[in-house]
Design a binder for this molecule. Sequence first.
Ligand code: C5P
Length: 224
Amino acid sequence: SKSPVIAVDGPSGSGKGTLCQKLAQHLGWSLLDSGALYRLVGLAGVKHGIALDQEAPLTELARDLDVRFEPGAEGEPTAVILEGEDVSDVVRSESTGELASQVAVLPEVRKALLGRQRAFAQAPGLVADGRDMGTVVFTDADLKIFLTASAEERADRRYNQLINKGESVSLAALLEDIRARDKRDSERKVAPLKPADDAVIIDSSGLGIDDVFDRVLAVVRERG
Ligand code: C5P
């Protein structure tokens, strides 16, 4: 029988990443960070000197992507190893997010990553974090959450995250980036960012991560 999947979609900065980590940890399930896969294809593309609109070679890269996710010790983040190189820090940077967003518009690249993503659905269960988890990758997920928040609030959160990591950024530039990426993600032809018809929509504006987590847990329990 198939393992349960909770699909969590939404724009960057909605709190998805943190929510999914907490949820997976709480349930003892695995976690799929699908954004990391798009980020890795972008990084690998740049590393191999492939322009990020070159669908055929990028698709090949996506299919053969040599990547390992090594769970960190208690409380430590997962290490990401691309072609033998530790890219844990660079993979989460703003500029890598930009690369990801460029390769993510390519339909064949998305297709090449489908099987890799679906392979994460194993017992006892999976929390899948992305943009199209509920609409494309796991259409029969047991629960679909669409987590959103205003662009201003998402820019604020991202700003604080990056400052804490020691990256220097401007809030205005971040807000502009977020708006541009939202537009690109929601207007693209393949797998645009939108809630699945059967998604539970949660607006996290003004909510702390614990409030969001409690709300989602309540829905999980309700659904049994
Ligand atoms: O979630 P994250 O910020 O890591 O995603 C980076 C980019 O990858 C997104 O802006 C989006 O363009 C793309 N993405 C996607 N589909 C997913 C996950 C990420 O298109 N399931």
